[in-house]
Design a protein around this ligand. Structure first.
Ligand SMILES: [Zn+2]
Length: 294
């Protein structure tokens, strides 16, 4: 099998998974992959991603000129070309409308809270590119702002976009975004979303380096540390993550404290000596006081 036939088969498989998982309906979504340095293999316009065959794909150059294929390339080709232009490291691009992530994109809520350690070490944050009419040059312009520092983003009132160093990694990022959106939605419905502290976020960023995880950009510094709460972080060069200032507490302590628990202490106004009572002594005092009142 040639590299090209392997990639055609991979696009078919990724399209089948996207449709099977409900990330696309009808003819939605599009997929592309680099074919060498100067050509792309891309899904054609107006086909259901769940029922593609390898022969359907189009070959284009990096300016979008069709070089091969019976069908026209995807209507979102301009967005794909922009990603490859801005990110020479990108080898593949996936776009779909996964319903929960797209719900966040419709609500205007970015997936940028420090909630899941694994998401922080891989994707970092998932911003929302401003709304732009699909298939027009407006959409690549909206994507341009975020694509240098993010491997995945939501598209306002539209869907999600991911890129990767190969087709499967771009597709898995789409899965991660939808999974993250699902968990975030459940936590918010339950009424509580405990965020990881900035200290833990910094620790996770350190893990990126030690595990060799290639993130396109570092997490933006905490504005409260910089002392400039009004300054907008530049999302072209770093990833905004919402996390509260750390208080030194960790989810898991460094070592388990085996010392016996301290007795109950009651503090009293300055000048008086501190007294310590056990629960039984305190109960007895209260009972005495009640008896003397009767
Ligand atoms: Zn779309």
């Amino acid at each position: 099998m040639t590299t090209e036939s392997v990639l055609r088969a991979e696009i078919v498989e990724v399209g089948r998974r996207m449709y099977a998982r409900g990330y696309t309906a009808s003819n939605d979504g599009n997929i592309s992959v680099r074919l060498g340095d100067d050509r792309l293999l891309m899904t054609p316009r107006s086909v259901c991603k769940g029922f593609m065959t390898p022969d359907m794909m189009c070959v284009t150059d990096l300016n979008g000129k069709k070089l091969q294929g019976d069908r026209d390339p995807s209507s979102e080709m301009l967005m794909h070309l922009e990603v490859y232009r801005q990110r020479p490291d990108a080898r593949a691009v996936c776009h779909a409308h996964p319903p929960i992530a797209t719900g966040f994109a419709v609500a205007g809520i970015p997936l940028d809270r420090a909630v899941l350690a694994e998401v922080l070490t891989t994707l970092g944050s998932v911003p929302i590119a401003e709304y732009a009419t699909p298939s027009t040059p407006e959409l690549p312009a909206a994507v341009r702002k975020y694509v240098k520092a993010h491997d995945g983003m939501l598209l306002a009132n539209h869907g999600a976009l991911t890129l990767g160093t190969d087709l499967m990694s771009a597709y898995y990022k789409l899965e991660t975004i939808e999974h993250f959106a699902k968990i975030s939605l459940v936590a918010r419905l339950l009424g509580r979303e405990n965020l990881l502290a900035r200290e833990e976020v910094d620790r996770l960023q350190g893990l990126r380096n030690s595990y060799g995880i290639k993130a396109p950009a570092p997490i933006c510094p905490d504005p409260s540390v910089l002392g400039d709460l009004l300054a907008e972080p530049d999302q072209a060069s770093c990833q905004v993550v919402q996390s509260p200032a750390g208080d030194g507490r960790r989810l898991v302590p460094d070592s388990i404290d085996t010392r016996p628990a301290a007795p109950v202490t009651s503090s009293v106004p300055d000048g008086d000596e501190e007294i310590r009572l056990t629960y039984r002594e305190l109960s007895a005092l209260i009972e005495d006081a009640i008896r003397s009142l009767k």
